[in-house]
Ligand binder design. Structure first.
Ligand SMILES: C[S@@+](CC[C@H](N)C(=O)[O-])C[C@H]1O[C@@H](n2cnc3c(N)ncnc32)[C@H](O)[C@@H]1O
Length: 294
């Protein structure tokens, strides 16, 4: 059965232009940093999607779909039916607008269908064994009971079907020279906020165990690293991205009592103005591919 086209043969311009236009046309959109991150992490996400070897005609479920990068990009690689579910209606609205923009640019393979709906990872509105493949990217880090979500993924995948869960692990973040105290304070506060909400910034290392406990057979565990070396300056797009993400969490960090308002604002100001001549920064996601026994 034919599978996805090689990613190098595809014109990703249609997708990136749509993400960029949406960013430019919606300067005040919520979770803007997530769309910036979606753009920045395109190469590793697409390489992984291509490597999954999704078959033509497959039915795919993407849980915690956010702005829908997985459904949109997969539907341009191979004719598939993809359903993206998320518990946040605002994110689904953005996903639908982006999907429309990408479709208008002629990106989808003939026969591909993408749709979205509300759905909680703990209680998916989906029949047992309905999908050939389920994906969840950067979802588990937000969950207080990721094992329950793994059980749900197992339930909705057909026997012999697959799952691919990708998530972050802050233990895989390294930089030299070391980040400033201001940045470290903010990063710790961000991780504490996620933990206070029941999430886990170190979940990457736990995903394979959770999927195995749910009944899946682990096929592979892959590290998807991103490394850059260069000056780190206020003009740097990576700095702008980090700042956006931290600023968007500012009020919640204060409300949760993790840092007081002055501490956050002072740290943000110092971090925003920092200049480092040359810095090597490495971050990584873990991708786990697993199969439900036939
Ligand atoms: C960091 S975003 C990742 C989005 C997307 N998968 C991607 O790769 O860009 C996490 C998404 O998970 C969603 N989410 C968090 N908890 C959820 C839950 N219990 N059920 C469904 N979606 C959830 C959030 O609303 C958000 O859209």
């Amino acid at each position: 059965m034919p599978t996805a086209l090689p990613i190098a043969s595809l014109d990703w311009n249609a997708v990136d232009t749509t993400y960029l236009s949406y960013l430019n046309e919606h300067p005040d959109m919520p979770e803007r940093w997530l769309l910036v991150q979606t753009l920045a992490t395109g190469p590793s996400r697409r390489a992984l999607l291509g490597a999954l070897g999704v078959a033509e005609g497959a039915h795919v479920l993407d849980v915690g779909t956010g702005f829908g990068p997985t459904p949109v990009e997969l539907a341009g690689m191979v004719p598939v039916t993809v359903v993206g579910l998320d518990r946040d209606p605002a994110n689904l609205e953005v996903a639908r607008a982006i999907t429309e923009g990408v479709e208008e640019r002629g990106w989808f393979r003939p026969g591909s269908q993408v749709s979205y709906g509300l759905g909680d990872a703990y209680d998916l509105p989906v029949d047992d064994g309905r999908f050939d493949l389920a994906t969840a990217r950067l979802l588990f880090q937000h969950l207080d009971d990721p094992g329950r979500a793994a059980d749900e993924l197992f339930r909705v995948v057909a026997p012999g079907g697959g799952v691919c869960v990708v998530d972050a692990d802050d233990g895989l973040s390294i930089s030299y020279p070391e980040p400033s105290d201001a940045f470290r304070r903010l990063q710790r506060a961000f991780a504490d906020l996620q933990a206070a909400r029941g999430g886990d910034r170190f979940v990457g290392r736990k995903v394979s165990t959770l999927l195995e406990q749910a009944g899946f057979t682990i096929v592979s565990v892959v590290v998807l690293p991103q490394a850059v070396h260069g000056p780190s300056t206020p003009e740097d797009p990576a700095r702008a991205f980090a700042l956006q993400r931290l600023r968007s969490a500012r009020d919640a960090i204060v409300e949760a009592g993790i840092l007081d308002a002055d501490e956050v604002d002072d740290s943000l100001e110092v971090f925003a103005g920092e200049r480092v001549d040359g810095q090597c920064s490495i971050e990584a996601h873990l991708a786990v591919v697993a199969r439900k026994p036939a």
